[in-house]
Write a protein that binds this ligand. Structure first.
Ligand code: NAP
Length: 520
């Protein structure tokens, strides 16, 4: 496709699996995927696959005896070399044409569109996403590529400067250098694709260290962009344990920037380490860090309870609450508290089922890992002391890491389960005396990622817009489901650097502005 023929960006449509033919196509994709289970993918540095001493084994969280595949696990030496060779490659790639880079993203997006169900099927098996959640993840990845391709073209347009007589002044954006991209496992395709493609389209080279909990879907992305024609060495696939090679990648003097999405703890560690210059380092490293959340829904006294219950449950239990934007606290006006709680509990019991999502007959699948399973169950035990258990409260099944949708009522705003990110299917219900108190509670954590307010009181909505301190605030709708281009995404406070992924100025973070002033 000629770049001049590019139509304006539109979000990718989601698949309606209630249609028989769509459901059948997904079943086939899963069947096909099952035939490739157990496959191995090596690390790839400078276009060459390399054997590693260790491997990372990815298992199906719904059936932990089932191996999805293995990837090589880079050693410290290999990680070090990946940065060095990426740095060398940068001297070429930085002069590649914008057209080439934009076409690369568009071609990759088109391959993804062709194989959308195959990609989604892998996410169902590797991270336990329901069909709909996996489909949304694949669609978001396509959106990121299509959107950043267009934003790169926009960034190439001359910036308007104040005219000066006798001078010709031009400001343009140039790439930074080698970027280390470290994504999380929870949007294993979309976030990885978004972070990587943004860095690449700006002319940077990338060392990609995927999450050890979702390495096969990361390999899938690398294979697709390779098929789309990325030159060797521009994207280096460097899986490895975060605690083993993370510091090597971050500390390397030739690392120019780190693009991270994950937990607050790891993000802060990266910010701190990246600030320290190393021998022969000639720049200040840039860190884009998008981190955790403790997201609230505020429910005013005048709402339609049914629709708020629906929005709250979707935000709390979509992908088992394993979204940074997931609602983990619902703060409810005392006048409707009892009625709201009763309906919340009834609908949760009726609709939020847990089990193997492969057959598309459960709302939530297993949680991601043994570590997550242990940590969530530990929070549930804490919750039993801090609140009134209304629904769930434990593990189910033995084949995988399944945890019931859990609701605690009458939770204090200062309780542990009220303040800490649980990242699982656990919801705290908090009573408030009035709207002012609701906003105070909503702002009482050190995070600031997403939040939602349901209210029909115009004055309250105005107050929420000003006072509810989150990067993504939603009014009269749920706090999950940000769409690329429509809802640029990123949080305040300890939720990160507010980079606004999927937003129009996201690419600035992967480039630097150069001003050239010529006397005429
Ligand atoms: P995580 O444990 O922080 O891991 C994220 C990535 O960091 C993984 O690739 C991990 O690799 C790597 N890592 C671990 N230790 C490292 C180190 N010392 N140096 C460098 N990298 C290191 O987070 P997660 O469990 O994957 O993801 C869940 C978290 O991400 C939640 O807190 C969630 O809120 C947050 N999140 C935020 C956003 C957002 O946009 N704000 C979006 C999605 C998720 P290994 O897997 O090998 O350890």
């Amino acid at each position: 496709m000629k770049i001049t023929d590019l139509v304006s960006f539109k979000n990718e449509e989601l698949t309606d699996f209630s249609l028989k033919e769509n459901a059948e196509a997904m079943r086939l994709a899963l069947k096909k995927r099952r035939k490739t289970l157990g496959k191995h993918q090596d690390i790839c540095i400078d276009g060459k696959e390399e054997v590693t001493e260790k491997c990372i084994t990815s298992v199906n969280p719904a059936n932990i005896k089932e191996v999805i595949g293995t990837v090589g696990s880079a050693s410290a030496e290999q990680a070090h070399r990946a940065i060095e060779l990426s740095h060398k490659k940068f001297s070429e790639w930085k002069y590649s044409s914008l057209e080439e880079r934009v076409q690369l993203l568009l071609k990759t997006a088109s391959l993804m569109r062709e194989r959308k169900n195959d990609i989604s099927a892998l996410m169902v098996l590797e991270v336990g996403k329901s069909w709909a959640e996996a489909d949304a993840d694949s669609a978001e990845a396509i959106d990121f590529l299509e959107y950043y391709a267009r934003q790169a073209l926009r960034l190439d347009q001359p910036e308007e400067l104040v005219p000066l007589s006798g001078e010709e002044n031009v400001l343009s954006y140039i790439p930074l250098g080698v970027g280390v991209v470290i994504p999380p496992w929870n949007f294993p395709f979309a976030i990885l694709a978004g972070m990587t493609s943004a860095a690449l389209v700006c002319g940077n080279t990338v060392v990609l260290k995927p999450s050890s909990d979702a390495p096969m879907i990361a390999a899938e992305f690398v294979n697709l962009i390779t098929e789309a024609g990325i030159p060797e060495g521009v994207l280096n696939f460097c899986p490895g344990g975060g605690s083993e090679i993370g510091d090597v990648l971050v500390d390397h003097p030739q690392t120019r920037f780190i693009s991270f999405t994950g937990s607050k703890e790891v993000g802060l560690r990266i910010v701190e380490r990246a600030a320290r210059p190393h021998k022969d380092q000639i720049w200040i490293k840039r860190v884009v860090a998008e981190m955790g959340g403790k997201d609230s829904i505020v429910v005013d006294e005048d709402v339609d309870i049914e629709s708020v219950v629906e929005g709250t449950l979707a935000a709390a239990y979509g992908f088992s609450g394993q979204k940074c934007s997931a609602c983990s606290r619902v703060i409810v006006h005392e006048k409707i508290y009892d009625k709201f709680l009763q309906r919340l509990v009834e609908v949760a019991k009726e609709k939020i089922s847990v089990g193997d999502v492969e057959g598309n007959n459960c709302y939530m699948g297993a949680v991601s890992s043994a570590q997550a399973y242990k940590s969530i169950l530990n929070y549930i035990e804490i919750g039993k002391k801090e609140g009134r258990l209304m629904v769930g409260g434990g593990a189910v099944g033995i084949k995988g890491w399944f945890i019931e949708a859990t609701i605690f009522a009458d939770v204090s705003p200062e309780a542990i389960i009220s303040l800490e990110e649980i990242f699982g299917p656990v919801l705290a219900v908090i009573k408030c005396a009035d709207f002012s108190e609701a906003l105070t509670i909503a702002n009482n954590t050190n995070y600031g990622l997403t939040g939602a307010v349901y209210s029909n009181n115009a004055e309250h909505v105005q107050r929420a817009k000003k006072e509810f301190h989150v990067g993504n605030l939603y009014i009269n709708r749920k706090c999950t489901g940000a769409l690329v281009g429509a809802h640029p995404f990123g949080g305040f406070n300890m939720s990160g650097t507010d980079s606004k992924a999927g937003g129009y100025d996201y690419l600035h973070q992967f480039s630097q502005a150069k001003l050239i002033s010529k006397k005429i």
